[in-house]
Design a protein around this ligand. Structure first.
Ligand SMILES: Nc1ncnc2c1ncn2[C@@H]1O[C@H](COP(=O)(O)OP(=O)(O)OP(=O)(O)O)[C@@H](O)[C@H]1O
Ligand SMILES: [Mg+2]
Length: 511
C-alpha cells in the first residue's frame, strides 16, 4: 500500500491553472524526485502534500501512523538553542529514559524493599536504550554534522548566530537524524558545497525509508533517486527507475505525444471535410450527422507545446583591461578575526575562475571585501583602473513586496514599460509573473530576475556567487552559454561541478 497518495489534484493561485489533475504516489522506501521547469508548481505541490495549502479539488491520503518531516525555510525553531542542543533534541526521549534508568539504579542500590522490581525496570530501560542505539548516538550525530560541514565552534553557537547557509544545514541535519518514514525536501543542495552534496547523496542513497525531494541538480539526482515524478502542464508523470531512465523515457513519451496529437489533428480535419461535404446531401446526411456526433465526443489531445518560454542571457562587455584585472596581496578577511590565512592572488584578464572551499570558509566574505562592502582586516587588493564590475549576490536583500517589474523600473528609471517587459521576457519571466510580488514567486523566478541587471550593464568583470541556485536546466544552459561567450573575467562560486567544470580556466581553493 502506498504511504502517500495524491490523486487528481487541482490547484491555482487565482489566475491560470497550475495543477490540473496531478497524481503522485509514494510506496514505502521509495527514493523520489519531483522535477519540472521553474514555476511549474513543484514547491506548491509539496505544500499541498504536507497540508500547508489545500487543493481546490482532489484528495491527499497519508497512510495512518506514517511520519514525515518537511525541510522548510520558515520553520519555527527556538533560535537561542545551541546547534548541538538542537541536534541532540531529536533524542530527548532517549535522554529522559537514561535519566530514569539511572534514578532507578540509584534507588535500588539503597537496598530498600522491592529493589528487585526497581532493578528489573532499570534493566528494561537499559535494553530499550541499547535497542535504540543510544550509545552510538554521538557517532551518529558526529557523522551527519561532519558530513554537512559543521565545525566544533559552529556546534556551540546558538542557531540565530549561524550564517543563513549554516542554519539551513542545521535544519537539514536534524531532519536526517530524525529518520522519519518520509523526508520531504525542497532543493536541499542549494546551501551545500560539492563535498557536502556528495555526502548528502550517499546518505540518501542508503536511507532505509522513503523521501521526496525537489532539485535542479541533475548530477545529484542521478545519484539519489529511483522514482522520478515529472510535473509538466499541471500533470505529473511517474517514471520508475533511475534519473537517466527518466531522461530517455521522457523524450520518447514527448515524441509519442506529438505524434498522437498530429494524427488526431489529421483525423479531425478529414472528418470535418466529410461532414461539410455530406451534411446537406439527402443520401449521406445521416452518416455525416453520426460522424459529427462522434467528433463532438472525441476527447481532444492538447498540443504538446514547448515547455515554458525561451531563456537567454547575454552579458554586454565594456572593454579590455590590462594583464591582470585583480591583484590581491596578503589580504586578511573576516569580521573580528581573520577567517583564513592571508590571501594573495592574481586574476588574469579574460579568465574564468572558480572559487572553491567549504561552506562558511569565506568565499562570499572575500567577494564582499574586494567590493569594499566589508573592510579588509589587513593587506591590499587592487583592480585594474578600467575594471567594470558587476556582482550577483547570493543573498541579495530584495524588497519582497516589489514585483520583478518594479525592481527593474527602480534600477532603470529611463526604460519604458515595453523595454522592461522585454528584458524580463528574455530571462524567462512571463507577463503575469512580472507584475507579481517577489514573495509570491518561485525560487527560479526570483533568481532569473536577479540575473536581469547583468544583461543590461556593460562590464568586464563578473563576480557570481552561486548563480545556478534555483535555476532549471534550461536556464542553467543559457547561463553557461552566456558566461562562455563573455570575453571578460568571471569569478564564480558554484556548488554544481557539472556546471563549472566545462567553464573554468582555473580554480582557487580557500581552506
Ligand atoms: N502565493 C502565490 N500567489 C500567486 N502565485 C504564486 C504564489 N506562489 C507561487 N505562485 C506562482 O505559482 C507558480 C508555481 O510556483 P512554485 O513555487 O510551486 O514553482 P516551482 O515549480 O517550485 O518553481 P522553482 O523551480 O522555480 O522553485 C509560479 O509561477 C509562481 O509565481
Ligand atoms: Mg520551488
Amino acid at each position: 500500500m502506498a504511504i502517500l497518495e495524491a490523486s487528481n489534484i487541482y490547484f491555482d493561485y487565482g489566475d491560470k491553472p497550475l495543477l490540473s489533475g496531478a497524481d503522485l504516489k509514494i510506496n514505502p522506501g521509495e527514493h523520489c524526485a519531483l522535477v519540472g521547469i521553474n514555476g511549474s508548481g513543484k514547491s506548491t505541490m509539496l505544500q499541498l502534500l504536507i497540508g500547508e495549502r489545500r487543493p481546490d479539488k482532489g484528495t491527499i491520503t497519508w497512510e495512518p501512523h506514517v511520519t514525515y518531516t518537511y525541510l522548510d525555510q520558515h520553520l519555527t525553531v527556538n533560535m537561542d538553542l545551541k546547534a548541538e542542543e538542537y541536534f541532540y533534541g531529536v533524542y530527548s526521549h532517549l535522554f529522559k529514559k537514561e535519566k530514569e534508568m539511572e534514578r532507578l539504579y540509584e534507588e535500588a542500590s539503597s537496598g530498600e524493599e522491592g529493589y528487585e522490581k526497581l532493578l528489573a525496570r532499570a534493566e528494561r530501560l537499559g535494553n530499550e536504550l541499547l535497542e535504540a542505539d543510544f550509545y552510538a548516538l554521538q557517532a551518529k550525530v558526529g557523522n551527519v554534522v561532519d558530513g554537512l560541514g559543521f565545525r566544533k565552534e559552529d556546534l556551540e553557537k546558538p542557531l540565530r548566530l549561524l550564517s543563513p547557509g549554516m542554519r539551513e544545514k542545521a535544519f537539514l541535519s536534524k531532519m536526517l537524524l530524525e529518520e522519519k518514514d518520509v523526508l520531504i525536501m525542497d532543493e536541499p543542495t542549494n546551501f551545500l558545497d560539492p563535498t557536502q552534496v556528495s555526502y548528502l547523496a550517499q546518505y540518501l542513497k542508503s536511507y532505509p525509508k522513503a523521501f521526496l525531494l525537489i532539485s535542479h541538480d541533475e548530477g545529484f539526482l542521478k545519484e539519489v533517486c529511483d522514482v522520478v515524478f515529472y510535473l509538466r502542464a499541471g500533470k505529473i508523470t511517474r517514471y520508475k527507475g533511475t534519473f537517466e531512465h527518466y531522461l530517455a523515457q521522457k523524450e520518447i513519451d514527448l515524441a509519442q505525444a506529438e505524434k498522437d496529437y498530429l494524427a488526431q489533428q489529421r483525423y479531425i480535419k478529414k472528418e470535418e471535410a466529410f461532414i461539410a461535404a455530406h451534411i446537406v446531401r439527402a443520401t449521406s446526411a445521416r452518416a455525416a450527422k453520426s460522424r459529427r456526433a462522434r467528433l463532438e465526443h472525441l476527447e481532444r489531445l492538447d498540443a504538446p507545446s514547448k515547455e515554458g518560454g525561451e531563456v537567454s542571457f547575454r552579458f554586454p562587455f565594456s572593454k579590455d583591461t590590462g594583464r591582470n584585472v585583480l591583484t590581491v596581496e596578503n589580504l586578511e578577511i573576516g569580521y573580528n578575526s581573520p577567517l583564513l590565512s592571508p590571501i594573495s592572488l592574481e586574476i588574469p584578464s579574460g579568465s574564468k575562475v572558480a572559487l572553491l572551499g567549504h561552506n562558511g570558509v569565506g568565499k562570499t566574505t572575500f567577494l564582499k571585501t574586494i567590493l569594499s562592502q566589508i573592510p579588509a582586516l589587513s593587506g591590499s587588493f587592487m583592480f585594474h583602473v578600467n575594471a567594470d564590475i558587476l556582482y550577483f549576490e547570493q543573498q541579495a536583500n530584495i524588497n519582497m513586496s516589489l514585483s520583478p517589474f518594479d525592481y527593474l523600473r527602480d534600477l532603470y528609471p529611463d526604460y519604458d514599460n515595453t523595454k522592461i517587459r522585454s528584458i524580463l521576457a528574455s530571462v524567462g519571466i512571463k507577463k503575469e509573473t512580472a507584475m507579481r510580488k517577489f514573495s509570491e514567486l518561485s525560487g527560479g523566478e526570483i533568481a532569473k530576475t536577479k540575473l536581469a541587471p547583468l544583461t543590461q550593464e556593460k562590464s568586464n568583470l563578473l563576480l557570481l556567487d552561486e548563480p545556478t541556485n534555483h535555476l532549471d536546466q534550461k536556464a542553467k544552459d543559457a547561463l553557461f552559454e552566456a558566461i562562455e561567450a563573455y570575453p571578460g573575467t568571471v569569478i564564480l562560486v558554484c556548488h554544481e561541478k557539472d556546471f563549472s567544470d566545462g567553464l573554468i580556466d582555473f580554480e582557487i581553493t580557500f581552506s
